[in-house]
Design a protein around this ligand. Structure first.
Ligand code: 13P
Length: 251
């Protein structure tokens, strides 16, 4: 059985005091819920604060990016070693905002996935199509190409712990989520790709999240889909009550 995994992606929001206030309000709201793996992917500047304040909880710490080298002359970048030093367990890789705004290529993302796995971080690999690609019927071609280029050749034994986030770009921050049926269709397709890249057993173990305008009001029907094992939540994860309602979707 795949344990549901719901992650907050705080993007470039919050200062240290706001992060602390969030965690203090959020922790008691989800303290009885150990059915769902809960992750907070904070900006680099908040990792130490959030990491310290979630120590006595079952919340895991995540980062939003890393550089694919252990150390070196890479001004402004953060290595997986530095993340591990702060207790980070998950790292979002290939988010569409980095692909589109910062020009990250499939090849660069592949290097990050490799090093994350090698160092013991768990990648949350994001894939998803633009509105234009969806309208042209190219969703599966795009997602498949992103998966193959990021994952082909990775050992099946390492691949088990991967998390894939399907985030249609047109649903991010727009308030317009994909319908649960459309999200399920693409997540089932993703699992099929994973079984071709690795094998059927590994594909059954990999957790697939949906991301894009997830809110307390739509999480239940999204989580009811057989191939959706969690959510990657942007806007609605910034408020402790709303993110707690999402994590507690079963209640
Ligand atoms: P929203 O939940 O704000 O649409 O953002 C989704 C996202 O990009 C999570 O990584």
């Amino acid at each position: 059985m795949r344990k549901p995994i719901i992650a907050a992606n705080w993007k470039m929001y919050k200062n240290n005091q706001e992060a602390l206030d969030f965690v203090n309000k959020f922790k008691p709201l989800i303290s009885r819920n150990d059915q769902v793996e809960t992750v907070i992917c904070a900006p680099f500047t908040l990792l130490a604060t959030v990491g310290e304040s979630i120590k006595d909880s079952h919340i895991a710490l995540g980062a939003q990016n890393m550089y694919p080298s252990l150390e070196g002359a890479y001004t402004g970048e953060i290595s997986p070693k530095m993340l591990l030093d702060l207790g980070v367990k998950y790292v979002i890789l290939g988010h569409s905002e980095r692909r589109e705004i910062l020009g990250e290529t499939d090849q660069f993302i592949r290097q990050k996935v490799d090093l994350a796995l090698e160092t013991g971080l768990t990648p949350i690999l994001c894939v998803g199509e633009t509105l234009e690609e969806r309208q042209q019927g190219k969703t599966q071609t795009k997602v498949s190409q992103q998966l193959w280029s990021a994952l082909e050749g990775i050992l099946a034994s390492q691949a088990q712990k991967l998390v894939i986030a399907y985030e249609p770009i047109w649903a991010i921050g727009t308030g317009k989520n994909a319908s649960p049926e459309d999200a399920e269709e693409t997540c089932a397709f993703i699992r099929n790709c994973l079984s071709e890249i690795f094998n059927g057993e590994v594909a059954q173990n990999i957790r697939i999240q949906y991301g894009g305008s997830v809110k307390p009001g739509n999480i239940k029907e999204i989580m009811a889909q057989p191939n959706i094992d969690g959510a990657l939540v942007g806007g609605a994860s910034l408020d402790p009550e709303s993110f707690a309602q999402i994590v507690n979707f079963k209640e």
